[in-house]
Ligand binder design. Structure first.
Ligand code: PGA
Length: 251
């Protein structure tokens, strides 16, 4: 399943960090370092998205979540048309922290994925096993099930545009990254699952990110793996120096 050139996509997931002033400052320093060997983006908090969109020329701006309904009685939620209005085009869905703390299920994620495509936006769908599942050798079963349930019912055309982020939960924010072999093997399983659900062309176009303690020192090696086409980066995306190093590492 090679021979297809997939442009790498690297996104900084800022989680609950940085206010508007800090977002603006970060973009003023980093945006100019982007280059066309890869797509680079950041996912600030909802409150800083407007600032981010208005200051970024090169960085893609992603939200960290959305609701699947267009409007309604959902206190504290943010609707896709609200993100659309300010120019956001990418949304992270199903991050493990949301699965863990906010009852994000594959069924909900699937609804969000469909709603995002209906609005012409691109979902970054996070999947990955917990430490208990990893230790019980359930990685393949868990990741296959998550991909299957989160992407269920998509057209081939939309499925080809999805970005899947494989993030082993035990490697997030722990400093423990998955070995290249584990990361590659699991991303290959993701692609195989998508091939079985759709077809080879969709699987070939699908961009798969690895996430979990990615940093300037290891990003190049992860991205040199056949089935890894990018990274979702938490901690190392928060400092301008390390984010610029990451950008430069992919030149
Ligand atoms: P990390 O976070 O890079 O700090 O491990 C990754 C993520 O949660 O997306």
């Amino acid at each position: 399943m090679s021979n297809v050139v997939r442009k790498p996509i690297v996104v900084g997931n800022w989680k609950m960090n940085k206010n508007n002033a800090e977002t603006k400052e970060f973009i003023q320093v980093c945006d100019q370092h982007c280059h066309d060997k890869a797509d680079f983006g950041i996912a600030p908090s909802f409150l800083s998205l407007n600032t981010a969109v208005s200051h970024a020329s090169n960085l893609l701006i992603a939200a960290q979540n959305c609701h699947f309904e267009k409007s309604g009685a959902f206190t504290g939620e943010v609707a896709i048309p609200m993100l659309e209005e300010i120019g956001v085009r990418y949304v992270i869905v199903g991050h493990s922290e949301r699965r863990q703390y906010d009852n994000e299920t594959d069924e909900k994620i699937n609804k969000k994925v469909h709603a995002l495509f209906a609005a012409g936006m691109v979902p970054i769908v996070c999947v990955g096993e917990t430490l208990t599942e990893f230790e019980a050798n359930q990685t393949e079963a868990v990741v296959r099930r998550q991909v299957k349930d989160c992407l269920a019912g998509l057209s081939k055309e939309d499925a080809a545009k999805v970005v899947v982020a494989y993030e082993p939960v035990w490697a997030i924010g722990t400093g423990k990254s998955a070995t290249m072999e584990i990361a590659q093997a699991t991303c290959k399983i993701v692609r195989q699952q998508v091939l079985e659900m759709f077809d080879e062309s969709v699987a070939n176009q699908l961009r798969i990110q690895y996430g979990g303690s990615v940093k300037p020192e290891n990003i190049k090696e992860y991205l040199s793996q056949e089935d890894i086409d990018g990274a979702l980066i938490g901690g190392a995306s928060l400092k301008t120096d390390s984010f610029i190093e990451i950008i430069n590492a992919l030149k």
